[in-house]
Each structure stands twice: as structure tokens, then as C-alpha cells.
Design a protein around this ligand. Structure first.
Ligand code: PLP
Length: 410
């Protein structure tokens, strides 16, 4: 076992495991698991309500976690970090905030791409249903890159209330020029929201440098616990909006007929939040920070190049494989994953057979059906996605099993 894997108990308990489904969720380092058990064993209590030591300590640990995420994404203020259940929850919350606060109305334009995860399409469809606003497709090329000139032409004509797009698609894996998209959007007074659920696992996010209004991500993809997401929003915007969830912990005072809202971030965190997982999220942030994005990229980029060599070898025996996005000529233009289509072979069957060999990859549409309809005639794909613990041996085992099982199915 490589030394990085040895920091992840799952590999010790499953020595044959080949885990290449990191875009769906990443495994957890021991320090994150320890933080969870430590918290439940030593400090557990509810936060913000108690006057006793355990509650004061728990509240402090949640504050520490918020602060560590603030620093990690270089947000100006800790109050700009709103804890949610995950990226999906963050984007739903954002879309409802813009609806209930009267920002998006009938005939307004919402710009998204066709290559989004469903969680950045369906919430906006819902807003369209409620308001009569319109969704406009941001123009992309076949590799999933936003066509900046065409985009500017369109937004100049229609205007937009929000431009919401992914920084890195969970299927095509193309590195996007986020900064330019934000700059253009701002020129036409549109709000900007970037789904960095995938991107933040491979690249540093600096919200001030990007100057984006909102970002969303999930801790479980970033080696942290499940059930914790972040909605970052610029303080001046969040301060202006009324919340969409109401109840305990989000008010200063209440009467039977009205309430006075709490300040940020509590205003947007009604009820008991996911205290333990939020606290353990700090350990995941520490882990990734100590490991360093440079090292993550070095490992993963090497695996992307190596996988393309293996795909070329496989093509010698089974013929051309359709790669979704940039191919072997431009490995530098992608990050973290490779998806490909095996024509004539059931992706469900191949996924099951790989699973029998203890190889975990994703087959199907990966919650991005419009992307598959647009780019590969609605055929499902196989996705291998890399984490910082993967190595060439994982890739060798995956391709050996894939080749063996393709022979069984054809
Ligand atoms: N956005 C992207 C780009 C994703 O890859 C995913 C999950 O795969 C999501 C959003 C949704 O994340 P979650 O299921 O954690 O809410």
C-alpha cells in the first residue's frame, strides 16, 4: 500500500479496493474520522444555546471550522460561509433566495451551461416554473469550454440576473476560464455563482481573486464528512437578502406574529446544523492544506496521462474509444477525471463486472443527462476519477479488469 493510502483506514480494511470514484465522493483520512469520534466522545452538545462548558466548546469548534473554510477559499469574512447540507442544497438555497427576495422575476434571464450537474439545472428550472423567467444556454465548444465572445454577444443583448456555471464538470473534466466568465457577467450586471464541487478538490479557489458573488461545494468530495456543504456569498449581498428557512437559531427575538432576524451567518442556518460533521470538516481542510494543491495536481495529472496511454493500448484490441472532452493530445486541459463511451457494451453490466473485481468507478450519466444528450447521443459513459491516494497500480488494475470484462461482454 502506498504511504498516502495508509492514512485512509478504508484501504487497510479493504486491501483489494481500487477506488476510482472520487468525483462522486472521496475517502476519509484517519484524522477526519478521529475528529468525529473525538467530538462525539468528548465535547458533544448543541451549540449557541447553552451556558455550560460543553456547549461553549462546541460553539467554538463550529466557529473554528467556519474560520478555516474562510481562510481556505480566501473569503473576506467568516460570516460569508453559510453551512448547508451539500452543493445541491447550496444551489437550491441560492435559487430560492433570489426568487423570494424578488431578484429573479418574469422574463429575466438565468444563464447556465448544458454541461452542468443536475443540481445546477433543476433548481433553476424550478425558479422558471415559479416566475416565468427564462433559462439561456451559455455557449460551449465540444470540449465544454465557454465561448467567451459568443457569451458576451448573448448577455449583452438579453441581460441576465444570474450566471451560474460549474468550474469543472463532473463528466467532461475541462478546466474552465472562470475569471473571464465572471468578468463578462459583471460587465452586464449579472450575479455570478460558480459550482466548485469538483474544482475545489483539485485547484485552489480564491473567491476574492475571482470576484464571484457565490460559490457552492460539498465537504464529502474534499475528503471531509457527508452532510456538510458551503454556500459562500459576498457579505453585502447576503446581508440584503431575507432567509428562506425559518425556525430556531436564526433570530434575535420573536413574538407570536413576527421575528427579528439574527446577523449573518446564523440568519441562514435555521435549526440545529450538522455540528459534528462541520467540526470534522476542519480536519479535512487541514489535511488538504497540508498535502498541498501542487502535490494533488502532480499526482492526478500524472494519472491522467498514464490513463490515456492505457486507453490507447485498449484501443488496439477493441477499436476507437470515444473520450468525452479533451483527449490524449491535451491532458493539461483537464483535471481529476476521464469519462469515455464504450459503444455496444452496457455500461451497467461493465460497472457490475468491475465491481466484482472490487473496482469502484461510475457508469451511467453521473447526474448530467443533458451533457450526455448533447455530446454522445445520450449514451452512458464510464468515468474514472482520481484522488490524491490513487497510483499507477490502481490504473493498471482498472484497465486489466476492463479489458477482461469487455471480452466477456462482446
Ligand atoms: N455539482 C457538481 C459539479 C458535482 O459533481 C456534484 C456531485 O457529483 C454536485 C454538484 C452535487 O453535489 P452533492 O451531491 O454533494 O450535493
Amino acid at each position: 500500500m502506498n504511504t498516502i493510502k495508509s492514512q485512509f483506514p478504508i484501504f487497510e480494511n479493504n486491501p483489494d479496493l481500487i477506488y476510482l470514484d472520487n468525483s462522486a465522493s472521496a475517502q476519509k483520512p484517519k484524522q477526519v474520522i478521529d475528529a468525529l469520534t473525538d467530538y462525539y466522545s468528548k465535547y458533544y452538545s448543541n451549540i449557541n444555546r447553552g451556558t455550560y462548558d460543553l456547549s461553549i466548546k462546541s460553539s467554538q469548534l463550529v466557529d473554528d471550522s467556519r474560520k478555516s473554510i474562510q481562510e481556505f477559499i480566501n473569503a473576506k469574512y467568516a460570516e460569508e460561509i453559510i453551512f448547508t447540507r451539500g452543493t445541491t442544497d447550496s444551489i437550491n438555497k441560492l435559487s430560492l433566495l433570489l426568487f423570494f427576495n424578488g431578484i429573479i422575476k418574469e422574463n429575466d434571464y438565468i444563464y447556465i451551461t448544458e454541461f452542468e450537474h443536475h443540481s445546477n439545472i433543476l433548481p433553476w428550472q424550478n425558479i422558471v416554473k415559479m416566475t416565468g423567467a427564462k433559462i439561456q444556454k451559455i455557449p460551449l465548444n465540444e470540449f465544454g469550454e465557454i465561448q467567451l465572445d459568443k457569451f458576451e454577444e448573448m448577455i449583452k443583448k438579453t441581460g441576465a440576473k444570474i450566471v451560474s456555471f460549474t468550474g469543472l464538470s463532473n463528466v467532461i473534466g475541462t478546466i474552465q476560464d472562470i475569471k473571464s466568465v465572471i468578468e463578462i457577467s459583471k460587465k452586464y450586471n449579472a450575479l455570478t455563482a460558480v459550482d466548485v464541487a469538483q474544482l475545489i478538490c483539485h485547484s485552489k479557489i480564491d473567491v476574492q481573486a475571482l470576484d464571484c458573488d457565490f460559490i457552492s461545494f460539498s465537504m464529502h468530495k474534499l475528503y471531509g464528512p457527508t452532510g456538510v456543504g458551503v454556500l459562500y456569498g459576498k457579505k453585502e449581498l447576503l446581508e440584503r437578502y431575507s432567509p428562506v428557512d425559518f425556525g430556531g437559531d436564526m433570530i434575535k427575538s420573536a413574538t407570536f406574529s413576527s421575528c427579528e432576524l439574527a446577523e449573518l451567518p446564523e440568519k441562514f442556518e435555521a435549526g440545529t446544523i450538522n455540528i459534528a460533521d462541520i467540526i470534522a470538516s476542519k480536519s479535512a481542510i487541514d489535511f488538504v492544506s497540508n498535502f498541498g494543491y501542487e502535490n494533488i495536481q502532480k499526482i492526478e495529472n500524472e494519472l491522467i496521462k498514464y490513463s490515456f496511454e492505457k486507453i490507447s493500448d485498449l484501443e488496439k484490441s477493441i477499436g476507437k474509444i470515444q473520450i468525452i472532452g479533451y483527449g490524449k493530445e491535451h491532458p493539461e486541459k483537464r483535471s481529476g477525471l476521464i469519462s469515455f463511451v464504450l459503444t455496444g457494451i452496457s455500461s451497467f453490466d461493465i460497472g457490475n463486472l468491475l465491481g466484482n473485481d472490487k473496482i469502484c468507478v461510475r457508469t451511467g450519466f453521473h447526474c448530467a443527462e443533458p451533457l450526455h444528450q448533447s455530446i454522445c447521443e445520450g449514451k452512458p459513459s464510464i468515468r474514472i476519477s482520481f484522488g490524491l491516494y490513487n497510483d499507477k497500480e490502481d490504473i493498471d488494475k482498472f484497465f486489466a479488469s476492463l479489458q477482461k470484462n469487455i471480452q466477456r461482454l462482446i
